[in-house]
Structures are given as C-alpha cells and as structure tokens.
Design a protein around this ligand. Structure first.
Ligand SMILES: [Zn+2]
Length: 155
C-alpha cells in the first residue's frame, strides 16, 4: 500500500516488542504505608488539620488544600462496609467454586478495597463493621495482600 492509498484517519500501529526497564514504585507515602503493614501489622493514615480529614491510606499532601501532611497515625484495623460486590468468575473467565466477596471498607475519610472472609455471603450488608485480618508477619511482603481479608467485627 502506498502512502496515497492509506487512510489518513486510521490509527498508526507498529508491531513488535517494547523493552520496559523501569519499575513502578509505591512512592514516599506508599512506602511508609506498606512498610507499616508489613513490619507492624498497622494501617496508617495522615491527618489534615486545615480540612479535618483523615486520609486512609496516608498521603503526603492534602488534595484539598495542598498542605504537606506529616501527622501519620495508626488508624486501627476496623472499618465498615461502604459497598460490596460478589465475583463469580476468576480473572481468566473460569467459574469460581464459591463467589468471592469484595468490598470498599470505609476507614476515616478514605478506605481500602479488599476481600471479605469468615462471613456468610447472605450476611454481608452495607454498614457492617469489619476488621482487618493480617497474614502472619513471616508471610507479609509489603503489599495490600498482607491483609488476608476483612471479617465481621465480633463483639
Ligand atoms: Zn487540607
């Protein structure tokens, strides 16, 4: 095909491999957040005094007033289910034997997306208090999966 025959509106495409030599990092705040989970089994947030907001996961600046945030605090391991869904398929499209419950766990003015465990699916509800269950320290790798799951808070 010559240049004159080519559709100028068509997207350009080149086939081949592109070497990637960089690594994604969690950043300054992510490093502190994940290291606390791995080493101490703690969930850390930061507090903005100007806006009266607790960011979870912690951040190093306030997205509202742009203040630098250096008041890191242990926010505990308890939150509540803000919303949830059930997954019936695996990533490869195959059917799961049991549905997987995934929820946004509201903590402070933020929260974490994670799976639920030790709960009957029909008992899951919006507003349900839940707590993080950490893996044993020797199994933690500095990722969100250092939390095994969130389970209903038992009183
Ligand atoms: Zn602020």
């Amino acid at each position: 095909m010559s240049l004159l025959e080519r559709n100028p509106q068509a997207p350009n495409a080149w086939l081949g491999d592109l070497p990637v030599t960089s690594r994604y990092t969690a950043g300054i705040a992510g490093e502190k957040f994940f290291r606390a989970m791995k080493d101490e089994g703690k969930i850390l947030g930061t507090f903005c005094e100007n806006c009266d907001i607790t960011y979870i996961p912690g951040r190093i600046f306030c997205e509202r007033c742009m203040a630098e945030l250096d008041h890191w605090q242990d926010v505990g391991t308890i939150g509540e289910i803000y919303t949830f869904t059930l997954l019936f398929e695996n990533l490869d499209g195959t059917q799961r034997e049991e549905p997987l419950a995934v929820a946004f766990i509201r903590m402070g003015d933020g929260g974490l997306i994670h799976q639920l465990g030790e709960v009957d699916l029909e008992d899951i509800s919006i507003g349900m208090p839940v707590e993080a269950v950490f893996k044993p320290k020797s199994k933690r790798q500095g990722s969100i999966l250092d939390i095994q799951y969130f389970r209903p808070l038992t009183e």
